[in-house]
Write a protein that binds this ligand. Structure first.
Ligand code: NAD
Length: 485
């Protein structure tokens, strides 16, 4: 915890901790009790300029640009080991900052370490091809870094999202400018401190905290940035893409979702049940791939509703450091959004199948909402169409595969889907029919899926992070054709 104190109020640029150019700061709130946790630097355009310059310098004149792929990989793997060694501290920081129960924060720290291990190991395994050509020619391809990459990340999974995007970008030899979210960024700063301590060369990673409309907008529009990776809401993603378009900069957009888990009447319900609920309430439902819609085939609908309701009634909700099942949501704003959707459910006369109770000692000044399961929701209702980003799941009955597909595909989003069935043919037909970036059959999330390419279709975004695929996204292909006679 000493780490938090040493890094708050400061930006990390060119391997040094410094205040924002104008000295401005922003308060950071502890969502478990509403207290002020720290003050972070309020970076603006001048700080983004300095960070982009530092990244460029690291590539052109610094130690970072001179490292071989294998050497870059070794540094990343070493950072990963140190992250793992500090996983308990990082989990505690995340609990205070995001309101995430300790064991969930620890899982995020372990995932960050695993991304660094994965991308560290992959750094020297990306290679090009030689291409068949007419006699007298030799043609080959290789992959090169984009240069300076910009990374804009949200508050819900700072460690995991930094791991998957910055990890892959550094592995490919880019130098990064990272803009974490103003609501929660302490583990990102702690990560920068660990990276520097372990020996990441100056300027390879620069972190500028601040507001989205200031630091984020300046990064998106910066002519010195060669690639942008944005994770966040659809509305902001569209702004970032528009800003990047002015310099024809490629953008990866990892946006929201309204992901379904689909339960057929032949499913192993004992296996499915924990996944159905956990994927809705993990991180208080503030997960892009949250399974916020549970589609259930009619013969088992009543049974699934009752068994999920039982689990909901047993959920424990309270301060993050108490390490219960569910913590607070991130802010009063997020609390009010969830309350708005619950009011819509009440106004429409929808049946509340179950609601969890709050722990009696949950501070009134914290941003707690009662996890809620809503039954029999019409697929076109706002609760079944819009991303709520809170611990609210809707149950939707269906009859047969065709209807399941129509409902599952019937939102503007397409991020993830889960299918529960023992029928092998149906598994494949559903996987083919679902319009989204990832399909999980008889599981949901594959234990984290660091190896699995991830990203959306439709409003959920474009481009892929995670897995080996991310290494292609964070690099560009050069073709060389030689005429030698
Ligand atoms: P947000 O779009 O408000 O903020 C995300 C980031 O963008 C923050 O760092 C913010 O400071 C920055 N930002 C805000 N305005 C900006 C601007 N004008 N220019 C540039 N940057 C700006 O999103 P949020 O509410 O913090 O996060 C929740 C959303 O993120 C949800 O929709 C969720 O589904 C999505 N998300 C997606 C994934 C994924 O991998 N697909 C993962 C996590 C979260």
């Amino acid at each position: 915890m000493t780490s938090t104190a040493t890094v708050t109020g400061q930006l990390f640029v060119a391997g040094e901790w410094r205040r924002a150019a104008d000295g401005a700061t922003l308060p950071l709130e502890n969502p478990s009790d509403g207290s002020t946790l720290a003050h972070i630097a309020r970076g603006r355009a001048a700080d983004i300029d300095a960070a982009v310059d530092a990244a460029r310098h690291a590539l052109d004149h610094g130690e970072w640009g001179r490292l071989s792929a294998a050497e870059r990989g070794r540094v990343l793997a070493a950072i990963g080991r140190e992250v793992l060694a500090q996983a308990d501290d990082l989990a505690r920081i995340e609990a205070l900052d995001v309101g995430k129960p300790l064991k969930q924060g620890r899982a995020d720290a372990v995932a960050l370490a695993r991304y660094l291990e994965f991308y560290g190991g992959a750094a020297d395994k990306v290679h090009g091809q030689t291409l068949p050509m007419p006699n007298g020619y030799t043609a080959l391809t290789w992959r090169e870094p984009h240069g300076v990459t910009g990374h804009i990340v949200p508050w819900n999974y700072p460690m995991q999202i930094v791991g998957r995007s910055v990890g892959a970008a550094l592995a490919m030899g880019n130098a990064c400018v990272l803009k974490p979210a103003e609501e929660a960024c302490l583990t990102v700063l702690a990560f920068a401190r660990i990276a520097a301590k372990v020996g990441l060369p100056a300027g390879a990673l620069n972190v500028v905290t601040g507001l989205g409309e200031e630091a984020g907008a300046a990064l998106s529009a910066h002519p010195g940035v060669a690639h942008l990776s944005f994770t966040g809401s659809v509305a902001t993603g569209a702004l970032v893409q528009a800003a990047a378009a002015r310099h024809t900069v490629p953008v990866t957009l990892e946006l929201g979702g309204k992901s379904p888990q689909i339960v057929f009447d032949d499913a192993d319900l004992d296996a499915a049940l924990p996944f159905l609920v956990n994927a809705g309430i993990q991180n208080a439902g503030q997960t892009c791939s949250a399974a916020s819609r549970i589609l259930v085939e009619r013969p088992v609908f009543a049974q699934v509703r009752e068994r999920m309701a039982e689990r909901y009634r047993a959920l424990r909700v309270g301060p993050a450091l108490d390490d219960l099942d569910v913590g607070p949501v991130i802010s009063q704003r997020q609390h009010d959004i969830v309350a708005h959707y619950l009011a819509l459910a009440r106004d429409a006369g929808l049946e509340i199948a179950a609601q969890a109770e709050l722990a009696p000692d949950a501070p009134a000044s914290g941003h707690y909402v009662r996890p809620t399961l809503v039954a029999d929701v019409p697929p076109e209702h706002a609760l079944a169409q819009e991303e709520i980003f809170g611990p609210v799941q809707v149950l939707i009955p269906f009859d047969g595969e065709a209807q399941a597909l129509a409902i599952a595909n019937g939102t503007p989003y397409g991020l993830v889907a889960g299918v529960w069935t023992r029928d092998g043919g149906r598994q494949l037909r559903m996987a083919r029919g679902l319009k989204c970036g990832q399909v999980f059959v008889n599981n949901y999330g594959a234990g984290g899926g660091i190896e699995l390419p991830f990203g959306g279709v439709k409003r959920s975004g474009h481009g892929r992070e995670k897995g080996f695929e991310a290494l292609y996204g964070f690099s560009t292909l050069k073709t060389v054709a030689i005429h030698h006679g």
